[in-house]
Write a protein that binds this ligand. Structure first.
Ligand code: MCN
Length: 734
């Protein structure tokens, strides 16, 4: 197997005049150097589709061959005996560039012809509501670029056997990657197998198909050897997808009592140089625009959602996608409204919530919220936080000259989406369905395979729990095998907090079918009716007659080695079921976050003193995992709010290519968490379960921004941008 190293552009925008691989090829241990020209006929570029008006497609090539459009775009790839030799040889590849002016900001892109996606929406008589409103607030909010930064970077290994390709990749979307590889390389899907053994964290970054994945597969074919590429952290910060960069101009109309009547928004995302595959640049602006009304009863709403092209890497999915910015903007606006009307921030929210009895509720953006109880969640969170005492503590601290702030944020989150949601957005290459196979093997142990891999959110545990419950076997007898397109029918992948809902719709149903087969087999052996057979504790017995029993392992053995005379036709051999499922959602989960922060006057550093979350994801399958998901997501949201920033200069040159510059939160930055639960089941999903894996990242930036704004209010500070930088707070520039 050969190791690969990519040769990447140092320019944000340039013409590639010539690539000279001679010196690199001459280095001992180098097996080949492949350029964009070599791949032109071998791998078609990534060109995701979006139905509807306002979409300008793009083509992201496996290797750039005429033009580079962001710092870090790959122009060549070196294959060598070791990763070290490949890296050294990469430095010997001589690329002649002709630098061009770069589009580095949203304003530059808007001034040119940079709009690659535009959609407009209007609900109700917006102008009339604004004209008659007692209060109108206008504000501009912005969010910088950030990076998902999973623990393990991307990794791809490709091997050909004749005209059959196997790829092992740390991907969240094995089935989609398989289709994309087949299409790009001109193969039947049956000739491509994708295995996602351990994803190593993804947080949305690995929800995409990248040019590197095409290039790795194509290079393996060209050189006739298996090849492997393991991304360096610097490459990830430079050349993988980024997230979030967006600006929202928003107007809010309210009556004199602080009831929000209408919203207007213009959302502009910095999409980078190409549409991300398969989601397209519509993902972030459409998500923010659609969720902006949040859990509130807004009557009229009008938005324009845009994505513009710049010379930066594409903007992709990151935990909380679209919704984080939507919640930040809406929650800041409600605090500004509270300030204007001299109301408590909690009270403004009480006056605007969708009441529990109003569900299902169609939001001003046209989404059907299926369930929730925000009035109750808020009171529960305020009680858990000791809100009144916090306000008194804040008063005392202010009197002593300290900057203490309390922030409240409420959000609703679309989770568990199926095909209909993606089709409605116009997305053509995001399937929406999931599949799973549950098999009891001849010794009575159980194997599960799903189309959606686990990227670290504990599916092996929750799946084992669900299956063990249904099949009456011990948890440790159930094994989740790595996601592998060769063993399970196609699906979509892990993203959009669809895991728990998909487990309920696929694995649980398949396990039920296997249980029905166990019951039929046992009924035959025990001479009872299948409906009277109870499957539990590794045995099947006749209800009311625990001694009329047969071990499951015996049933499993007989299912594959029938006794003499065979099994009756209505029982039949085998103990396996495969189920494909199209989630009926979205189902909406949500939470209320309360944060207490203190800002240091001298340094501007905001430290988080307390953090309270009341979370509603319907019935909780595994409480330990759900709390762990909240901890991790809030920690990420804290990093996003206070620390993390991908910075480009005016020429589109990246200034933050290492973790010394890109500041992830550390243990000392993260408080301990106080968590409460509320369960309003979904009427749509199996078991009423709703997703929650992204929630903390949606609520935390909003709650922390409100808390910091509250802390610095005595100094005249306003918080309208993320991340909130300590240096800006110290200079009073927020
Ligand atoms: N769960 C539960 N009961 C519920 C809801 C969820 O027990 N009512 C459990 C689920 O079984 C699952 C976990 O909580 O183990 C998250 O479930 P869900 O909210 O359905 O989300 P997904 O399984 O689809 O996970 C994806 C979500 C997303 S979109 C990102 S991004 C993300 C995340 O979760 N990336 C992660 N969590 C992550 N956690 C880790 N460690 N690493 C990542 O990359």
């Amino acid at each position: 197997m050969l190791a690969l190293a990519f040769v990447r552009s140092p320019h944000a925008h340039a013409r590639v005049r010539a690539v000279d691989p001679a010196a690199a090829r001459a280095l001992a241990g180098v097996a080949g150097v492949v350029t964009g020209a070599d791949l032109r006929g071998l791998a078609r570029p990534l060109a995701p589709r979006l139905a509807g008006e306002g979409f300008t497609p793009s083509e992201w090539p496996a290797l750039a061959d005429a033009e580079v459009c962001y710092v870090g775009q790959a122009v060549a790839v070196v294959a060598a005996e070791t990763a070290y030799v490949a890296a050294d040889a990469g430095e010997l590849v001589r690329v002649e560039y002709e630098a061009r002016p770069a589009v580095a900001t949203v304003d530059q892109a808007l001034a040119g012809d940079g709009v690659v996606f535009r959609r407009a929406y209007r609900h109700g008589d917006v102008d009339a509501v604004f004209a008659g409103a007692a209060t109108v607030l206008r504000e501009r909010f912005s969010h910088g670029r950030c990076a998902a930064a999973p623990l393990e970077p991307r990794g791809v290994l490709a091997d050909w056997d004749g005209d059959t390709l196997t790829v092992w990749a740390s991907t969240q979307i094995p089935s989609v990657l398989r289709s994309a590889l087949a299409a790009a390389l001109g193969l039947a899907e049956t000739r491509v197998r994708v295995v996602a053994p351990d994803v190593g964290g993804g947080f949305g970054l690995k929800t995409h198909v990248f040019p590197e994945e095409l290039a790795v597969a194509a290079v393996a074919r060209l050189l006739g050897r298996p090849v492997k590429w393991i991304e360096q952290r610097r490459e990830q910060l430079t050349a993988a997808a980024h997230a979030r960069e967006q600006r929202i101009d928003v107007e809010l109309a309210a009556d004199a009592a602080g009831v929000v009547r209408g919203l207007r928004a213009r959302v502009v995302s910095d999409a980078g140089a190409y549409h991300i595959y398969p989601l397209t640049a519509a993902l972030e602006p459409l998500g923010s625009a659609a969720i902006l009304p949040g859990p509130y009863r807004v009557e009229v709403y009008e938005y324009e959602a845009l994505a513009v092209r710049t010379h930066k890497p594409p903007l992709g999915a990151y935990r909380g996608v679209g919704m984080t910015m939507g919640a930040f903007v809406m929650e800041r606006m409600l605090d500004l409204l509270a300030e204007r009307l001299a109301l408590d921030p909690a009270e403004v929210r009480r006056r605007n919530f969708v009441p529990r009895e109003a569900y299902p509720f169609v939001s001003a953006s046209g989404m059907t919220y299926d369930s929730g109880d925000y009035p109750k969640a808020l009171e529960q969170a305020l009680a858990l936080a000791g809100y009144d005492a916090l306000r008194r503590e804040q008063q005392a601290a202010r009197a002593a000259g300290r900057l203490l702030g309390v922030g409240v944020a409420c959000y609703t989150e679309y989770t568990g989406m199926g095909s209909e949601v993606f089709r409605r957005r116009g997305m053509q290459d995001v399937r929406g369905v999931e599949s799973a196979t549950v098999t009891m093997d001849p010794d009575g142990s159980v194997r599960c395979a799903t189309s959606f891999p686990s990227q670290g959110q504990g599916h092996a545990t929750t799946i084992a729990q669900v299956v063990a419950d249904r099949l009456g076997v011990a948890l440790e007898r159930v094994r989740l095998v790595p996601a592998d397109t060769a063993v399970v029918p196609p699906g979509s992948g892990t993203f959009g907090s669809r895991g728990a809902v998909s487990i309920g719709g696929t694995v649980a149903v398949a396990a039920d079918r296997v249980r029905a087969r166990l019951q039929a087999l046992a009924a035959h052996l025990l001479e009872a009716a299948a409906a009277d057979v109870v499957v539990e504790d590794e045995r099947a017995h006749v209800r009311g007659f625990p001694e009329r029993a047969v071990p499951l392992a015996e049933l499993a053995r007989l299912a594959y080695s029938p006794p003499r005379g065979g099994l009756p036709a209505d029982v039949g051999p085998g103990l396996s079921a495969t189920v494909s499922f199209d989630p009926p959602g979205p189902t909406f989960s949500g939470a209320v976050h309360v944060a207490l922060v203190e800002v240091d006057r001298a340094t501007g550093r905001a430290s988080v003193r307390r953090y309270v979350v009341v979370e509603d994801c319907g019935p909780v399958v595994n409480p330990t995992i759900v709390e762990g998901q909240i901890h991790g997501a809030v920690a990420q949201g804290l990093g996003e709010a206070l620390l993390e920033s991908i910075v480009y200069d005016g020429d589109g040159q990246l200034l933050t290519a290492t973790l010394m510059d890109y500041a992830l939160p550390k243990a000392a930055d993260v408080p301990s968490f106080e968590i409460g639960h509320l369960e309003t089941p979904s009427p749509l999903t199996p078991g009423g379960v709703k997703g929650m894996g992204e929630g903390g990242t949606i609520g935390a930036p909003a709650a922390l921004a409100n808390a910091v704004a509250d802390a610095v209010r005595p100094l005249g500070g306003r918080v309208t941008g993320l991340p909130i930088r300590a240096e800006d707070l110290a200079r009073r520039e927020v």
